[in-house]
Design a protein around this ligand. Structure first.
Ligand code: GLC
Length: 428
């Protein structure tokens, strides 16, 4: 090889190396897209949440906000996934969706194992996201509701924190009437999620279960909803609308309830933990004036407090052309570091066991130490027993419940019809 040829050859090797390096630099700057619902301050906090991952990898994460209603979000996800959309790399998924969407997501078992996240998480939560042995989504936070109550108003009226629904109904009415007589014209007794969507499935499952009326479809697949306790629970809730709760509650989701509560216009609220930090924010009229307790129990020997299990996870799309970067972001979002940040900035309950003893987490959310028990004993919606039919089961349920609380049907008629519809759907 002449010197000339040798130097030309060397130059081309060097150029090729540069090109590889150039590509590598380019490859490090991957942009991944995450879709997520827009409740609370999750969207506003996203940039800060992913900043450490962006810094460590040189990649960027872009958030595409979805509707606040988890029902609407599910519909959109299903369209994208059915079309094998390659633009979206990660999906933030509700705890109930794993069995229905499993086929579209990559198995995160190995990556989670390597990052120590299988052992760090509560086993029941990992199990809820495992379908046929595949971890289809990695938990990022869990959810179990609280009864929010106004400490100042309870004190003013010398009232106890209600432990049964009867006590709640009575206390809410008494304080509301007293406040109105005092000129506080906008005050209501109780706000919750009464719109016809997944949130109503959560609230109504709590009413039904707390009255000893079962969990719609039991773990063994038995359709149990048509029973007198369930009917009585729904009649109780129907009695609230227009008395201690505004008529408008029939259209409320989480954020509308929080709006009424946070402007100081309700004595009680049923909501998820995210409302705690926001309620103590500087722009909140109830800052420092409230606390949380477990939801009230139903009456009689079958009555007990019931909390519906919620929570969110992160899943990587099988159709993502950027899977390696997407998996790395999923692992980061499920990590103790990110979950701690979420707990402190967004008030979300961690799924990492050790964070329930973390001083910073507990300082920001003092009640969280107590809430570990609430979510570990929470009632799951029947997504495991009904599998791919869950969305339809839930839609039939919340539609029937809405017809009762809006007064267009009585509970016995609505539940008999629901039982028939569920049998047609599930027993074919
Ligand atoms: C919360 C829960 C979720 C539930 C939703 C209903 O986001 O975490 O599991 O489906 O509320 O609105």
């Amino acid at each position: 090889m002449t010197d000339k040829i040798r130097s030309a050859a060397l130059r081309s090797v060097a150029l090729a190396a540069l090109a590889v390096a150039g590509n590598a630099v380019f490859a490090e700057g991957i942009e991944v897209t995450v879709v997520s619902g827009a409740v609370g301050n999750a969207v506003a906090n996203f940039e800060a949440l992913v900043a450490p991952w962006e810094e460590a990898t040189g990649n960027t994460a872009v958030l595409v906000p979805m509707p606040a209603s988890t029902t609407d979000q599910f519909g959109q996800y299903r369209l994208w996934l059915a079309a094998q959309n390659g633009d979206i790399d990660l999906y933030q998924t509700d705890v109930i969706w794993a069995p229905q969407l499993a086929d579209h997501f990559v198995d995160l078992t190995a990556a989670a194992q390597e990052a120590g996240l299988i052992d760090a998480n509560f086993p029941s939560i990992i199990e809820s996201q495992t379908v046929d042995g595949r971890l289809v989504a990695l938990p990022i936070f869990t959810d179990a509701p609280a009864l929010y109550y106004r400490t100042d108003l309870l004190e003013k009226y010398d009232a106890e924190v209600p432990t049964t629904w009867d006590e709640l109904t009575e206390t809410a009415a008494r304080i509301m009437d007293g406040e109105r007589a005092d000129g506080n014209a906008d005050i209501w007794g109780f706000v919750f999620q009464g719109n016809a969507y997944e949130g109503l499935t959560c609230d109504a499952l709590e009413w039904v279960k707390s009255w000893g009326g079962g969990q719609i479809v039991e773990a063994d697949g038995t359709i149990s909803i048509n029973n007198p306790n369930a009917a009585a629970a729904l009649e109780m809730a129907a009695g609230w609308v227009g008395t201690i709760s505004p008529e408008g509650v029939l259209a409320y989701m989480e954020e509308e309830s929080r709006g009424v509560w946070q402007t100081g216009n309700s004595v009680f609220m049923r909501n998820w933990p995210y409302a705690y930090l926001l309620g103590n924010g500087d722009d909140s009229a109830v800052k420092g004036l409230f606390d949380v307790a477990p939801l009230p129990a139903g009456p009689g020997p079958d009555g007990a407090s019931a909390a519906t299990l919620g929570g969110w996870n992160i899943a990587v799309s099988r159709y993502s052309p950027r899977q390696e970067a997407a998996i790395s972001l999923a692992i980061y979002m499920g990590s103790a570091e990110a979950q701690k940040q979420r707990a402190i900035n967004e008030g979300n309950l961690p799924t990492i066991q050790s964070l329930y003893e973390d001083a910073d987490v507990l300082e920001a959310n003092p009640y969280m130490a107590r809430w570990q028990d609430v979510f570990l004993n929470a009632v799951p919606r029947p997504s495991a027993p009904v599998g791919a039919d869950y969305n339809e089961v839930s839609t039939l349920f919340f539609t029937a419940v809405h017809s009762v609380i809006s007064g267009s049907s009585d509970a016995n008629t609505a539940l008999a019809g629901l039982q028939d519809d569920l049998e047609d759907l599930l027993e074919d």
